[in-house]
Design a protein around this ligand. Structure first.
Ligand code: I6G
Length: 736
């Protein structure tokens, strides 16, 4: 029975009341699919439409209102402060492990505490969970209804933030009925903000000229402490449950993994990467796997948590101070550190972009020593108010290039106010140079672009070096051994001006270079020779055409299958033809008529423009001619349907895939490689021609589009099953 707001009376028409109940249950279901199952089945617009309908009915018939209605999340008026909440079961903190040895020690202490309850060689089973970087809260449900939300505070007393907690759509206002509904259940977990939501929110702050938030954790904490719940409601908060406090009126699950499953069944979001781990070695393996996945997760984590799985052992294992001895947080290396900005230099990129790079006092962060970090562009430097000489926060997350996140102006000494001369001697502002620091050509900033560019193209030796490195990289022509030191020498000595010159190098010439013995020279020449046999896709990617990444190159190769055809293309005509078909399809779509296939789908006007510009440049055509004359053979792609490929070798022949979100074990590149190896195609965007959308965690708009178009959505496990099928697969049926 749902509690009603005071003054509720019998509904005027039973059909209205029925519709209100139906709408609430639909909206609860869609919320659950979105936040708990991570698999939305309707687009946001549909949710908003139903929400609007419910709101309208509740406004017209106030007696039908209910405190647990999805429309009643922002109910309370702004408060003047937060009341205090005493936690009946204390909210514990976790002790930390930093080294492998700490984890081994944790397991040893658990075993010692268990004494005779476990055999000498019998392993203790644990659960591994992610340690989300957010704010711990306790949610009290009475008879399935959320009645209280509190912060952790000092573990014994926190603040009553119920009105704000109610605005978090990931937190159910009512638990889903599953078996016994507990009379009291206190759910413990973390309120956090996803990275993409945080970036979007900061973008809005910037556009509104407001202060930006420092990081997702601070933004989440700040949002929960707003006195006006309407403000909290505008902040995109999420929640993951990881434990319980008080429980009565239902049996307590015997293990922590069962507890997490139960919480999820009750409608609470539980973190996805939880695993049962059999022994200390499994704990360490889990740590390393999660560390690798860290940067790809849609939210920040600062480590993993191991807990003894059997809950009936907790009493016996006990606590030290405020931390349980049956659990430990294994922390990842910090991703942020403070150091000094020594200077700002300019790096010239492959396409001439001039990127300011921070030279830093070396600092250990994210597991390595960092002494350079990108500053992106001059607007970013200005926005962050950086001065050379500042103390700055540096961030290195996973394999991502380190970046300067912000300055710490509060640490500037002397102060500009009290000692302007001393300040000017100590801190300098940065201005973009008017010329390219490498070749001296004028630097230009095109309208609408944030980057300055050196316009000299391949006449600029820095661009030439970058272009050669791009050409030789593994995913392009794959010339092993042609690294930056070598390219630098070859370009500086003017021995290599274009990629075609690489194919004219001799062993004698190479052997004269620094760090190049006769053996390395022979190996390099062999690698250069091997690269002559390549694919059209790799060749197109290697040319370094602006906006033509690997995926686009592959699609061009698939569609044209021949370099001459591609080079002879009339790009403005392609552009016009595409626009015409898209317009016609837009007319047909609402009428439900069959749509015409769009040529080069997913390749937009910016890319087509770039292709037009590249191929109309005589210099580029000359380089291609020289490469072909030097014996480079860009082979047409083998059609998955070619009779040389048997169905067993190409189970995914003729099928189009789109990948989205984070898959549990494969990176998107790995998944794409496997699909292609099995004869399938991977394209960037979802269309009616897509057969499967492979969706992982935090899939976004592609998932929504696939749902709208009725494309079959599968997870990684289903993809693996398709990959391992030896029958010629037929599509799931939706596209023709
Ligand atoms: O099981 C857990 C997962 C994640 C946790 C936890 C956590 O922090 C983000 N934190 C605590 C304090 C406990 N378990 C007890």
């Amino acid at each position: 029975m749902q509690p009603s707001l005071p003054g509720a009376a019998a509904p005027p028409d039973p059909r209205v009341a029925e519709r209100v109940i139906e709408l609430r249950s639909l909206l609860d279901r869609y919320n659950h699919e979105y936040y708990v199952l991570d698999a939305p089945s309707v687009p946001d617009a549909e949710y908003d439409r139903l929400f609007g309908e419910l709101q309208a009915l509740e406004t017209r018939f106030p007696d039908l209102r209910s405190a647990t209605s999805p429309t009643q999340r922002v109910g309370a008026a702004p408060a003047s402060g937060f009341g205090e909440v005493r936690h009946t079961v204390p909210m514990l903190s976790l002790s930390n492990a930093f080294e492998d040895a700490d984890v081994i020690g944790f397991d040893r202490r658990v075993r010692e505490a268990l004494g005779g309850a476990i055999g000498a060689d019998e392993p203790v089973a644990y659960t591994g969970e992610l340690k989300y970087d957010g704010l711990a809260v306790s949610l009290r449900y009475e008879n399935g209804v959320l009645v209280l939300g509190a912060t952790r505070g000092d573990g014994s007393r926190g603040e009553n933030v119920t009105a704000n907690i109610r605005t978090v759509r990931a937190i159910p206002l009512r638990l889903r009925p599953t078996g016994e509904m507990p009379a009291v259940l206190e759910v413990r977990g973390e309120v956090l903000m996803f990275r993409a939501d945080f970036d979007r929110m900061n973008q809005q702050q910037r556009e509104a000229g407001e202060r930006e938030f420092v990081n997702p954790r601070n933004a989440a904490a700040g949002a929960l402490r707003q006195l006006d719940p309407a403000t909290t409601a505008r902040r995109p908060l999420r929640f993951f449950a990881y434990g319980i406090g008080e429980l009565s009126g239902a049996a307590e699950p015997a293990t922590h993994s069962q507890l997490l499953d139960w919480l999820q069944a009750l409608g609470l979001p539980v973190g996805p990467a939880r695993e049962k781990l059999a022994d200390p070695q499994a704990l360490l393996d889990y740590y390393r796997r999660m560390l690798e996945r860290r940067a790809a997760l849609p939210y920040e984590i600062d480590g993993v948590v191991y807990k003894v799985d059997r809950r009936d052992w907790y009493g016996r294992i006990g606590h030290v101070a405020r931390a349980p001895r049956f659990a430990v947080a294994h922390k990842f290396p910090a991703e942020e550190a403070v150091t000094e900005l020594l200077d700002i230099e300019i790096q010239v990129g492959r396409t001439g972009s001039l990127t300011p790079v921070a030279r830093l006092r070396p600092v250990f962060v994210g597991g390595t020593t960092v002494s350079n970090a990108t500053l992106h562009n001059e607007d970013e430097i200005r926005r962050k108010g950086l001065l050379i000489g500042d103390q700055v926060v540096v961030r290195r997350a996973g394999d991502v290039i380190p970046e300067v996140v912000r300055a710490l102006p509060e640490r500037r000494e002397p102060s500009e106010q009290t000692d302007p001369a001393g300040f000017a001697a100590r801190y300098r502002s940065f201005t973009m140079p008017a010329v390219c620091p490498v070749c001296g050509s004028a630097a230009v900033r095109e309208t609408g672009e944030s980057a300055w560019r050196c316009g000299a193209g391949l006449f600029c030796s820095a661009q030439r070096k970058q272009a050669l490195l791009h050409f030789a990289q593994r995913r392009a022509m794959d010339i092993e051994g042609l690294g930056d030191k070598l390219v630098e020498q070859l370009v500086d000595a003017d021995r290599v001006r274009s990629p075609a010159d690489l194919y004219r190098l001799t062993a004698d010439e190479l052997a004269g270079l620094e760090r190049m013995g006769a053996r390395s020279a022979t190996n390099l020449l062999a690698a250069i020779d091997r690269s002559r046999q390549t694919t059209l896709a790799r060749f197109l990617f290697a040319l370094g055409i602006r906006h033509v990444g690997e995926e686009v190159a592959r699609q061009l190769a698939d569609d044209y299958r021949d370099l001459d055809r591609l080079m002879a293309e009339d790009w403005p005509a392609v552009q016009a033809g595409k626009a015409e078909i898209q317009k016609e399809n837009a007319r047909r779509r609402p009428r439900g008529e069959a749509l015409s296939p769009v040529p080069l789908e997913g390749i937009g006007p910016e890319i087509i423009d770039s292709l037009q510009r590249f191929f109309s440049e005589p210099h580029n055509r000359a380089v291609i001619a020289e490469l072909l004359a030097a014996g480079v053979v860009p082979a047409a792609p083998t059609r998955a349907t070619d009779d040389r490929i048997t169905p067993a070798a190409a189970p995914l022949a003729g099928l189009n895939f789109v990948l989205t979100g984070t898959l549990p074990t494969l990176s998107r590149d790995q998944a794409a490689d496997r699909i292609r190896a099995a004869g399938g195609s991977v394209v960037a965007s979802v269309s009616r021609r897509t057969h499967y959308l492979v969706a992982g965690e935090a899939a976004g708009s592609k998932l929504q589009k696939a749902t709208e178009l009725g494309v079959t959505i599968i997870d990684e496990a289903a993809l693996q099953a398709l990959l391992s099928s030896t029958q010629g697969a037929s599509g799931p049926g939706n596209p023709s």
